[in-house]
Design a protein. Structure first.
Length: 383
């Protein structure tokens, strides 16, 4: 059987069972220092503007991340150091790409951890040099292993991101050309439909056919508008936006079956800086997708909270959710879970949210269904 990447990295740093035993033996004593290491770690980040700037949630985000770091340290000493461990550490590398953290801070952060635990080992092995050497070697190897995993994932994710940008650029050129070329024939069809309505009189059958033509022309125009919306840098008319109002208007604009419930939770007091028209389009697209996912019967739930310097809005549905293969490309143009879907709605959502300085992500909802999380900078967060 071929060697996995994780096995290759273990072999490269010299990781083995003696290292596992040494770290497990240290776990109980080391856990008493976790809080100290975490405090020093984030105090160091506060002193470096570049690293601190990547934490958009400020001090509240740091408090949450402190708990995450303690869990990371616990797993570092406790194991098991298996493929799940590899996946856990890989997610950290991907997160660093997402928040735009420069690689040098990954090295610096690991050195902070290495230095603090080095002092810890010196304290508990004062008169036992041989044991100190074994424990120190195990600690160095696991930190080297973690750093190697994160750097590998960082590189892979960055390359994938660059490939997506190149695909979007090609897509944009094609979409712009097609969109403009289709506008003229669609306008001619609309004009002809208008003239024919005045000629057919009371012929109900002909009227129904003209209505269908009009609906399909409107659908085609909507697809073109989405295409052009993805590639255009339409100026943002930013202002102080009350999310309760924007989300409410979006909910009213969405047509849904009688047995599909769209419940909007308390959003009062949640404010962002943005373009209300474009933000409304974000939630219209998310609501339309959710309603179609649960139809003919189901629930769509919308909730929001203020989390530090950002507002988090969740859109949940009780539909079938999205397969893991599709989820990885869900926000790319031409990716759709619908039989007749074009795959532009979520790409436009991502484009608008990112232009507002936010992010949108997909999660598998606990209990089944889909969850979309929209993060937007809160009003005044940039000040």
């Amino acid at each position: 059987m071929a060697e996995t990447l994780f096995e290759e990295l273990k072999r490269y740093v010299g990781w083995g069972e003696p290292d596992e035993r040494a770290l497990r033996d240290l776990h109980a004593a080391a856990s008493g220092t976790f809080q100290h290491v975490v405090d020093v770690f984030y105090e160091t980040i506060r002193l470096h503007e570049g690293a601190y700037r990547s934490l958009s949630g400020g001090e509240e985000q740091i408090e949450r991340l402190k708990e995450t770091l303690k869990q990371w340290l616990d797993r570092l000493f406790r194991g098991p150091w298996d493929e799940d461990y590899f996946e856990n550490r890989s997610r950290i590398g991907k997160a660093h790409v997402r928040i735009g953290l420069p690689q040098q801070y990954m090295f610096a952060a690991m050195n902070v951890v290495r230095g603090e635990f080095g002092s810890f080992l010196n304290d508990i092995y004062r008169e036992r040099r041989a044991e100190r050497e074994v424990a120190g070697r195990a600690l160095d190897r696991i930190l080297d292993l973690d750093l190697a995993i994160m750097l590998h994932t960082f590189r892979e994710e960055l390359l994938a991101q660059q490939a997506r940008v190149e695909r979007l650029s090609t897509f944009g050129q094609l979409a712009g050309s097609i969109g403009h070329d289709l506008r003229n024939p669609l306008a001619a069809i609309e004009t002809s439909v208008y003239l024919l309505r005045n000629l057919i009189g009371a012929d109900e059958r002909s009227k129904r056919h003209l209505d269908r033509i009009g609906e399909q022309v409107a659908l085609a125009n909507g697809i073109i508008a989405n295409l052009l919306g993805i590639i255009r840098d339409r100026p943002l008319a930013k202002e102080r936006v009350k999310l309760e109002s924007v989300v409410g208007r979006a909910a009213e604009a969405v047509v849904r079956p009688q047995e599909v419930r769209l419940a909007v939770g308390a959003l009062s007091g949640l404010e962002v800086e943005g373009d209300p028209g474009q933000l409304q389009q974000v939630f219209v697209n998310l609501f339309v997708n959710a309603v179609e996912a649960v139809s003919p019967r189901g629930d769509v739930m919308v909730n929001g909270i203020l989390a530090g310097r950002e507002v988090l809005v969740s859109v949940d549905d009780t539909g079938p959710g999205v397969s893991q293969a599709i989820a990885r490309r869900l926000f790319e143009p031409l990716t759709s879970t619908k039989d007749k879907g074009v795959g532009l709605g979520l790409a436009l959502v991502k484009r608008i949210v990112e232009r507002h300085g936010g992010t949108v992500t997909y999660q598998r909802r606990a209990g089944g269904g889909a969850r979309f999380l929209v993060h937007l900078p809160a009003w005044g967060a940039g000040g």
